[in-house]
Design a protein around this ligand. Structure first.
Ligand code: ZN
Length: 218
């Protein structure tokens, strides 16, 4: 059984290099070169978090230079956060730069979203992107899950998620992650499989299919 962690900020099982485990490690552009040499077995998402969208010029310039590196398999995390970070205008303009890049180099987008569903929904409808957009750490309610999946968003679930929303997430749009948490990815798979009334093997096989479709190089 192969377990994919599509969004993490630290590699937890690297110590014993568990062969069942494959990660997308999130890094800032300027961290990439050093991290790439430390974690040779894993892949990366690279972008500028909306909290730090102020003063992002240097990071953004560097991101466009390294984004086509084959170890970078997704752009992000990027997105919109109405609770934390600079004004929404600044966040939206940087988010759109990530979208352009994702379309240009044909790599999926990993999205951080807090209370900005309406804006995200409209940006996606207006942009009509060709690349998959995955909302990571999704904890939205069933209405949000339903509305966002109608326009093609995909979802990655972690330690905490809204169990009632699972019914509104198509099985081909679902991923697992650990994000900032110390939780073992195996536990995340168990929680979600239980909530879906599936065996963890069947659930993991389903997620693995999604991963291979969206991240063919993983
Ligand atoms: Zn994160």
């Amino acid at each position: 059984m192969k377990l994919y962690d599509i969004h993490t900020h630290h590699i937890q099982l690297e110590d014993y290099d568990a062969p069942h485990h494959s990660c997308i490690l999130n890094v800032y552009p300027l961290e990439f070169e050093a991290t790439k040499n430390t974690y040779k077995r894993h892949n990366f998402s690279c972008g500028i978090h909306p909290w730090y969208s102020d003063d992002s010029k240097t990071q953004l310039k560097y991101l466009t230079e390294i984004a086509s590196d084959t170890k970078i398999i997704a752009i992000g995390e990027t997105g919109l956060d109405k609770i934390k970070g600079p004004s929404l205008d600044i966040q939206i303009s940087l988010f759109k730069r990530h979208i352009e890049l994702s379309e240009q180099i044909k790599k999926p987008l990993i999205i951080h979203a807090v209370k900005a569903w309406e804006e995200l929904y409209h940006i996606r409808k207006d942009t009509q992107p060709t690349q998959p957009w995955i909302i990571h750490g999704f904890r939205g309610n069933p209405q949000v899950a339903e509305q966002m999946s109608k326009v093609g968003f995909m979802f990655s679930l972690g330690e905490r998620f809204n169990v009632d929303s699972l019914a509104f997430i198509p099985s081909q749009s679902l991923f697992c992650e650990t994000d900032e948490s110390d939780i073992d990815i195996r536990q995340v798979y168990h929680h979600i499989a239980d909530a879906l009334n599936l065996s963890v093997e069947d659930f993991a096989a389903q997620v693995a299919d999604n991963v291979r479709r969206v991240f063919p190089s993983l």
